[in-house]
Design a protein around this ligand. Structure first.
Ligand SMILES: [Zn+2]
Length: 162
């Protein structure tokens, strides 16, 4: 069942208690962990995130916004997302640029890596796996990056970028 209501920036549509979608978001394509991943565009993830795939210069830029959803903001998932950010950063080191992983308190996550260094599909699938509670693919992408670039940066004891 869906209910439409109008908030300050509405209208919004609610889906049986899931985070509400803005009217401009209800027609976005739905991603599935086994489905195709677009080269660019905006879609909704199984974990209720808004995923945007695009490019800036010679980089692929991916943002994932969970709008502060608590289920996607656990310490364990935060650490897996940081591993993905570090994997991206490792490929930037290799390419000779100085991008540093960016996070905004678990709400909007932004990733940038040189186009072609990591397969977009593999990166997005790793993001979707983290949403589902599996940090394995994120860890493997970081291992691959570190095999090429060496240790990127150390995570401190609290799992934050050190
Ligand atoms: Zn870079």
């Amino acid at each position: 069942m869906t209910i439409e209501h109008r908030g300050v920036a509405g209208p919004y549509t609610e889906y049986d208690g899931l985070p509400a979608l803005h009217a401009t978001e209800t027609d976005l394509p739905l991603l599935h962990p086994y489905g195709p991943v677009p080269d660019n565009g905006r879609c909704l993830t199984p974990g209720g995130g808004r995923l945007t795939i695009g490019s800036s210069g010679r980089h692929c830029r991916i943002t994932l916004d969970h709008l502060g959803c608590p289920a996607q903001d656990t310490e364990e998932k935060g650490e897996a997302f940081r591993r993905l950010a570090l994997a991206a950063e490792g490929h930037c080191l290799l390419a000779g640029c100085r991008h540093e992983a960016a996070h905004q308190g678990g709400i909007l996550r932004s990733f940038e890596f040189p186009a072609g260094s990591i397969e977009t599909t593999a990166f997005v699938r790793a993001l979707l796996a983290v949403e589902l509670g599996d940090g394995g693919p994120a860890g493997r992408l970081l291992e691959e990056a570190e095999a090429l670039a060496g240790p990127v940066r150390l995570l401190n004891g609290r799992g934050e970028l050190g």
